[in-house]
Design a protein around this ligand. Structure first.
Ligand code: ZN
Length: 458
């Protein structure tokens, strides 16, 4: 029930409430991080199921007594809870995932990934950021809000985000469980701690196999080289036409535009990408455009003779797998068609080229000016004390497309406590900054409170 006191709660009231629940939430997070919930094939199921049960218990303690596990065919269960919307109020779905990446010693861990420790305000351990911090963020928000906010809630904590997910099929088969006006995805974060950003686009992609055939069989490179075409050389010349000398994509007609939101930090990008010292970036124009709103092409597979034991022979056939990232809003079929036409037209020396598309998916976007996103940006700006920049992501999150299919009118808020500079997700010594987690939880609490109660800022 919404009370008068609740609907007039100020930012400072909410700050006090979140800060009161944070010690307990941080302790819960540390306990969850100690559970090695790797859902990849070959890893034991018990810890994954234990993690699912612990997440249910945490949501129940956080004010959602109907939290439960829902079986997902072929995969790990999803943790689910809901609270119906009072008439005329929006429903918000809070998403995070409880599975984690493995933490093999080869990654260079200097601490035990399953025995979390706090150092200089950061909690270290596998999953501390990705994405058990998302679960902690939702728990803190629910505890701080209590039941005094007039919105409907659904909470979905997935168990297979890092591995082959069965959740999309489950969601499409059970749309009534996933329908919401606003989807809040807590599996991201600011580039740097304390610098608020909100993600409004992801790129889509196209993958295709390219095979060049020139000869019936391998033949002697001394006797025939110079006259007979080497398929690998032909394939490399063909692949080389995909970029210009500056490293920009050189396929005519592809969709792409200049990024209109915030910039990405070049130094951070350099460090995060592991580029070698002295290696310049490729491409031209704003880095944010190159990463978020223009296409990018990479060779992700190549079948060729290995150098070990190489013999003097011309390759009769050569094959590459090419991945092209496409901007949000671009049609994957059209972009794939343009890339295919380019490859067929650019084949050198009259060689025979076979192009087979193997995958294609659209990007995703939510309006940076939609009412819920605007409310979220303002909540974040108030909490962090600076404007919230709008950024994109070069990667893809297939679930977003599925959710947008379930409710095409829905808005999305993508944020979290996984800072890009130090969180080291998917890598050694993963960590989350506990102050950043508190700010993220507070921003989410203020956001939901304003959605429900129309609290004025400040
Ligand atoms: Zn994640």
């Amino acid at each position: 029930m919404t009370t008068a006191a609740d609907s007039s709660a100020s930012l400072e009231d909410l700050r006090a409430r979140v800060s009161a629940v944070m010690p307990g939430v941080a302790a819960d997070l540390a306990r969850l991080v100690a559970i090695p919930s790797c859902a990849f094939p070959g890893f034991p199921a018990e810890p994954v199921l234990e993690m699912a049960e612990e997440t249910v218990a945490l949501l129940r303690r956080s004010g959602l007594p109907n939290a439960r596990l829902l079986e997902v065919a072929g995969g790990y269960p999803v943790v689910y809870a809901d609270r119906p919307a009072p008439p005329g109020t929006p429903t918000v779905l809070l998403y995070a995932h409880y599975d984690v990446q493995p933490a093999p010693p080869e990654q260079g861990w200097t601490i035990d990934p399953w025995n979390p420790v706090v150092r200089e305000g950061r909690l270290y351990g596998r999953g501390a950021a990705d994405d058990k911090s998302g679960i902690a963020m939702h728990a803190a928000t629910l505890q701080a809000l209590g039941d005094g906010v007039a919105i409907g809630l659904r909470v979905v904590i997935e168990g297979e985000e890092e591995t082959e997910s069965h959740l999309e099929a489950f969601a499409l088969a059970n749309p009534e469980l996933f329908n919401a006006d606003v989807y809040v995805i807590a599996d991201g974060g600011n580039e740097q701690v304390g610098e608020p950003v909100i993600e409004v686009t992801t790129r889509g992609g196209v993958v295709l196999d390219i095979e060049v055939s020139t000869l019936e069989r391998p033949v002697h490179s001394g006797l025939f080289g110079g006259g007979a075409p080497d398929a690998l050389m032909a394939l490399m010349r063909l692949l080389a036409t995909l970029h210009d000398d500056a490293g920009d994509v050189a396929v005519a007609g592809l969709a792409g535009s200049e990024w209109r939101g915030g910039d990405t930090d070049e130094e951070l990008f350099r460090r995060a990408s592991g580029m070698l010292p002295g290696q310049p970036l490729v491409g031209t124009g704003r880095l944010s455009s190159r990463l978020w709103s223009r296409p990018a092409i990479s060779v992700i597979g190549l079948d060729a003779a290995p150098t070990h034991g190489a013999v003097n022979a011309l390759a009769p056939r050569a094959k590459a797998t090419v991945s092209m990232r496409i901007p949000p809003g671009a049609d994957a079929d059209r972009e794939c068609q343009l890339l295919t036409e380019h490859l067929l037209a650019a084949a050198p020396w009259g060689v025979s080229v076979d192009v087979k598309p193997t995958a294609g998916w659209p990007g995703w976007s939510t309006s940076p000016d939609g009412p819920a996103v605007t409310t979220a940006r303002a909540a974040m700006a108030d909490v962090y004390g600076k404007p919230t920049e709008v950024i994109g992501s070069g990667g893809s999150i297939p679930l977003l497309t599925t959710l947008a299919e379930i409710n095409p009118a829905a808005e999305f808020v993508l944020w979290g406590a996984e800072d890009g500079a130090q969180a080291n997700i998917h890598s050694a010594n993963e960590s989350v900054d506990l102050q950043e987690l508190e700010r993220a939880a507070l921003a989410q609490t203020v956001f939901l409170h304003r959605l429900g109660a129309g609290v004025s800022s400040g």
